[in-house]
Write a protein that binds this ligand. Structure first.
Ligand code: PNS
Length: 164
C-alpha cells in the first residue's frame, strides 16, 4: 500500500493540480490532497472552501483505483506526513523556476524525514503556465480563465469576486 501526500495552498485548485493528481494516481494506492492551513498568508478562499472545491473537482479525476482523499494540515509538512504514514510527498514542477524552490524544500524535508521521498511530477505542457496566483489575478481583472480551472471553481470565484 503506497500512500502519498500532495500538499499545497490550493487557493484555488486548478486544472494543473488535477492533472498532477491524475498522473499520481497511476503511482500510488492513496493520495491525500492536503491543504495548508496558513493563517499568516492572505488567501482568497477559506480552508473549508478550498477543501470543498477540491472534493467537487476530484469527481472529475479518473483515479484508476487510487483512493483520493482531501484533508488539511497545520505546521510542519513532514510531521503531518509521518502522522499519515505516508511514503512520499508529490509536487508538480512546471518550469526550472519551480525546480529551484522545490529542490530546496525537498532537501529540507528529506533532512527531517529521510524515509519519505519527494516525487516530482512534470505538469502537462498545456498547464505549464497555470498557477492559482495568476488565475486569481487574471479573473479579478476581468480576463478569462475558462479551461484553466474546473467550472465549479470558476463559479465560486465569480461569487467571491462578484464578477458577471
Ligand atoms: O502550493 P504551495 O503554496 O506552493 O505549497 C507549499 C507547501 C504547502 C508545500 C509548503 O509551504 C509547506 O510544506 N508548508 C508547510 C510548512 C513546512 O513544512 N515548511 C518547511 C518546508 S521545507
Amino acid at each position: 500500500m503506497r500512500r502519498a501526500i500532495y500538499p499545497g495552498s490550493f487557493d484555488p485548485v486548478t486544472n494543473g493540480h488535477l492533472d498532477i493528481i491524475e498522473r499520481g494516481s497511476k503511482l500510488f494506492d492513496e493520495i491525500i490532497i492536503a491543504v495548508l492551513v496558513n493563517p499568516e498568508k492572505r488567501a482568497l478562499f477559506t480552508v473549508e472552501e478550498r477543501r470543498q472545491m477540491l472534493s467537487e473537482a476530484l469527481t472529475l479525476v479518473e483515479g484508476r483505483g487510487c483512493r483520493l482523499r482531501v484533508d488539511s494540515f497545520q505546521g510542519l509538512l513532514m510531521r503531518y506526513a509521518v502522522e499519515q504514514q505516508a511514503d512520499a510527498v508529490v509536487r508538480g514542477i512546471r518550469a526550472i523556476s519551480d525546480y529551484e524552490y522545490e529542490l530546496q524544500m525537498a532537501l529540507m524535508n528529506r533532512r527531517q524525514e529521510p524515509g519519505i521521498e519527494t516525487v516530482f511530477m512534470l505538469a502537462a505542457e498545456s498547464y505549464s503556465y497555470v498557477s492559482s496566483r495568476l488565475v486569481k489575478e487574471v479573473f479579478s481583472l476581468g480576463g478569462t480563465i475558462e479551461g484553466l480551472v474546473p467550472a465549479t471553481v470558476e463559479e465560486r470565484m465569480r461569487l467571491k469576486l462578484g464578477k458577471s
